[in-house]
Design a protein around this ligand. Structure first.
Ligand code: KIV
Length: 273
């Protein structure tokens, strides 16, 4: 059931790259606190992403755009404290790296120093983003890229939709992936792209691709923990598989607690001092 993580060494950038060479799939889970990061690691996740998806998953926001540096640091530090083996990656929030390379370096440095995480993630693959990735990597900060549907650009992309279906999109994505790789990124999330496109991008780069809604041919897969646990039964994208149905369990448990309190059955003598 669990993968027995206690004495195993921390997953490093070198190990992430080696897994692609060995043809071993990477497993990443987005989690935002110490408890769920620990449980994810004990379940066998190689990487914990403290994603800005926390906006939708737990903060009650409808996009990742409003998420702040302080929120990412608060949750990043908590998740990092819950792990002993997994590589912890923290998302750089919207506008913390887009304006300038200096901004990117300062904000990535804050994330690394204040959370003790092992890497940061940024979205996009144009020349400006490549320059940020290069500067951060040179400063000693491992960077994960993110292409395809990039949630921080939801307002220009016109909603939560599959990318890479138009003629020329596959070539553009390959070009961006190579740019991100050449800039120094050690891995790359591919989100909401057709399977064939993700397969072609994966074959075109040496760094591992980690897919979400990108089919089976990426070098790894990522899901948001709350989603795979079935905690949000209102979120049902095609790519998502529930590995538990905890929304129903939570409602039922709270319902039984409420009944017992109202009926005077809790606490009973066994649960009292
Ligand atoms: O924010 C996040 O959790 C992500 C993953 C879904 C890739 O970016």
């Amino acid at each position: 059931m669990t993968s027995g993580t206690a004495e195993r060494p921390r997953i490093t950038v070198r190990e992430v790259l080696a897994k692609k060479q060995r043809g071993e799939r990477l497993v990443m889970v987005s989690a935002y606190d110490a408890l769920f990061a620990r449980l994810s690691e004990e379940g066998g996740a190689d990487l914990i992403l403290v994603g800005d998806s926390m906006a939708n998953a737990i903060l009650g926001l409808d996009s990742t755009v409003p998420v702040t540096m302080d929120q990412m640091i608060h949750h990043g530090a908590a998740a990092r404290r819950g792990t002993s083996r997994a590589m912890v990656v923290v998302d750089m929030p919207f506008m913390s790296y887009q304006v300038s390379t200096e901004d990117a370096l300062r904000n990535a440095g804050r994330i690394m120093k204040e959370t003790n995480a092992h890497a940061v993630k940024v979205e996009g693959g144009d020349a400006d983003i490549a320059a940020r990735i290069q500067a951060m990597t040179r400063a000693g900060i491992p960077v994960m890229g993110h292409l395809g549907f990039t949630p921080q650009s939801v307002n220009t992309l016109g909603g939560f939709r599959v990318q890479g279906r138009a003629p020329g999109d596959q070539e553009r994505l390959i070009e961006e992936a190579r740019r991100v790789e050449n800039a120094g990124a050690y891995s790359l999330v591919l989100e909401l792209v057709p399977s064939g496109v993700a397969k072609a991008v994966t074959a075109a780069v040496r760094i591992p691709t980690i897919g979400i809604g990108a089919g089976p041919d990426c070098d790894g897969q990522v899901l948001v923990l709350y989603d795979l646990l079935g905690l949000n039964d209102q979120f049902k994208p095609k790519f998502l598989q529930h590995y538990a149905e905890l929304a129903a369990d939570v409602r039922s448990a709270v319902g039984r607690f409420a009944d017992d309190v109202r009926g005077g059955r809790y606490p009973d003598a066994d649960h009292s001092f």
